[in-house]
Design a protein around this ligand. Structure first.
Ligand code: HEM
Length: 527
């Protein structure tokens, strides 16, 4: 006969021969065994959790003494203590609680977080070699993770980084300098803005097209009309894959990589988009090959093809088709969203502070005038504009967390032992808001970058591009764009808000670990 509790569940009738008393004693026994079960279950659960915690602690003890942090649970790690919609706020809380180096667990993976300028400098600059590895970038598609410059390590990364830096520094890129390419694009941007004829519009489209065109010009040797079908296709695919890679489902890969690999969801679409992008780039490479002249490289792809030619006898060369396609893809991903978000956010801040816009325009008129395009040489004579550009980058903090690093060897740091291969995340936001380096860290204040005489003053804690061996490879290019786009637009247009300035909200829309300006419209009036 099946035990009572199962018969109840299975809906079996109780036998009619059983007397009332036998039935009631059976009921009592069943109830007491059920109660026993409920008493035992929590005990078993607590024992299992304790056992797993001990295992985690023992494993960490054998791995080294990691910095302190919130107590992780088995399997989920610190998932329950982290606000995955606002990781920045969670990290700020942990920094207050545990200090400038703490450990959080993403699932069963420990991640060491570095906070504040002193700590980040000591790790990324003073111990550059140890902290210069790239950690596993979970959000990135597996088909491209092993190639290119952003997510690789060792010789591959070293060679591709050196090559990309040299090429972006303008050597061997044909007749036109990168500065000229940006100046040209800035003029196209102003022309497009003029066509809005003072009507309200959302600047996102114009700014992202202008910024993407700079990368197109550097990489493909060609800019596109903003309505060009190929260009619109390229930007659409980049945009969609960017969103998917930073979606919550993709972020959950950090916690449960194995599970997320098989679970359905938007993150499973990423490889499809990657394939489209790689196909697009491969077609462009093929077109380049047909008109390639090794003595006159026109752009990044030509320079790479020339390097492939030079190294064709070397069987271990890193200059091959896969690395070419993914490095180009890396430049698009790393160099478009960051710059265009900065430009978009910057216009919003200037709408909020029209007196600052007026002061920048006064400097533009005095140094550049209205009859020629701004050039990089002008920057050194424009301390106020330079300070505003730096302060906007500090204040808006578009990359609050650097992508994951990893330690390349067992590392002793501030009394802790971090085993080789451990993921380390520089919390750049904590640097940009470090109260020891900025007088009013949470307020927009260009004085942070000016001395008493009004000259530009560098601030070592201002690290929006990170620092050390992995410092942003496009920093030089980005700084050129940020200066030339701003000065060209303000030389030609006034910004007009649709709201009273006091009503303009400049606080960021935080999504996971990214910060974006709130959506807004504005008008541009020709000067
Ligand atoms: C406002 C604009 C930009 C910001 C705030 C920015 C910020 C960053 C940050 C924080 C990193 C991570 C550094 C680290 O791992 O510690 C990075 C890496 C990188 N950035 Fe940028 N970036 C910008 C523009 C660009 C542009 C225009 C390009 C390319 C043309 C670019 C290409 C890269 C690449 C390739 C890496 C990976 C470097 C490596 O792993 O060796 N970035 N950037």
């Amino acid at each position: 006969e099946a035990p009572w509790i199962y018969r109840q569940r299975l809906g079996c009738p109780s036998t009619s021969l059983q007397s009332q008393s036998t039935r009631s004693s059976k009921v009592k026994r069943a109830v007491s065994s059920q109660m026993g079960l409920f008493g035992v279950l929590p005990f078993l659960l607590v024992s299992c959790i304790t056992f797993l915690l001990i295992l985690i602690r023992r494993r960490d003890a054998t791995k080294g003494k990691l910095p302190p942090g919130p107590t992780p649970l088995p399997l989920v790690g610190n998932l329950l203590q982290l606000n995955i919609w606002d990781i920045i706020a969670s990290f700020q809380k942990f920094q207050e609680q545990y200090g400038s180096v703490f450990t959080v667990y993403m699932g069963s993976r420990p991640i060491v977080v570095l906070c504040g300028y002193g700590t980040i400098k000591e790790a990324l600059i003073d111990n550059a070699e140890a902290f210069g590895g790239r950690g596993l970038m979970m959000g990135m598609d597996e088909s491209i993770r092993d190639y290119g410059v952003v997510s690789t390590n060792g010789e591959r990364w070293r060679q591709l980084r050196r090559f990309s830096l040299t090429t972006l520094r303008n050597f061997g890129m044909g007749k036109r300098s990168i500065e000229e390419r940006i100046q040209e694009e800035a003029q196209f941007l102003v022309e497009a803005l003029r066509k809005t004829e003072g009507h309200p519009f959302d600047p996102t489209f114009y700014l992202s097209h202008a910024v993407s065109n700079v990368i197109c010009s550097v990489v493909f040797g060609q800019r596109f009309e903003y309505e060009d079908k190929q260009f619109v296709f390229l930007l659409d695919v980049i945009n969609k894959s960017f969103r998917l890679m930073f979606s919550t489902a993709s972020q959950m890969k950090n916690f449960f990589p194995g599970l997320m690999r098989i679970l359905p969801g938007p993150h499973q679409e990423v490889p499809k988009y990657m394939k489209k992008l790689i196909n697009f780039i491969s077609q462009r490479v093929q077109i380049h090959r047909e008109s390639f002249d090794p003595n006159c490289p026109r752009d990044f792809i030509d320079c790479f093809l020339a390097k492939m030619e030079q190294e064709k006898e070397n069987p271990t060369s890193e200059f091959h088709n896969e690395n070419l396609a993914v490095t180009v893809l890396n430049l698009f991903f790393a160099g478009t969203e960051t710059v265009s978000t900065t430009l978009r956010y910057r216009l919003l801040i200037l709408l909020r502070y029209p007196e600052i816009e007026a002061k920048v325009q006064e400097e533009i008129d005095r140094v550049i005038g209205r009859n020629r395009s701004p050039s990089l040489e002008d920057r050194s004579q424009m301390p106020f504009t330079d300070a505003v550009i730096h302060e906007i980058q500090r204040f808006i903090d578009v990359s609050p967390l650097a992508p994951p690093h990893s330690v390349t060897c067992d590392t002793h740091f501030r009394g802790f032992s971090i085993p080789k291969g451990t993921t380390v995340v520089p919390f750049l936001s904590s640097c940009l808001h470090d109260p020891q380096h900025f007088q009013t860290p949470r307020k927009f204040n260009p004085q942070h970058f000016l001395d008493e005489r009004g000259s530009f003053r560098k601030n070592e804690a201002s690290l929006p591009f990170s620092t050390g061996k992995r410092v942003c490879l496009g920093e030089g290019l980005a700084r050129m764009e940020l200066f030339l786009f701003l000065t060209t637009v303000l030389q030609n247009c006034h910004l007009k808000s649709l709201q009273e300035r006091e009503e303009i909200d400049i606080s960021a829309d935080v999504r996971g670990s990214s910060k974006l300006p709130p959506p807004y419209n504005l008008c541009m009036v020709p000067r």
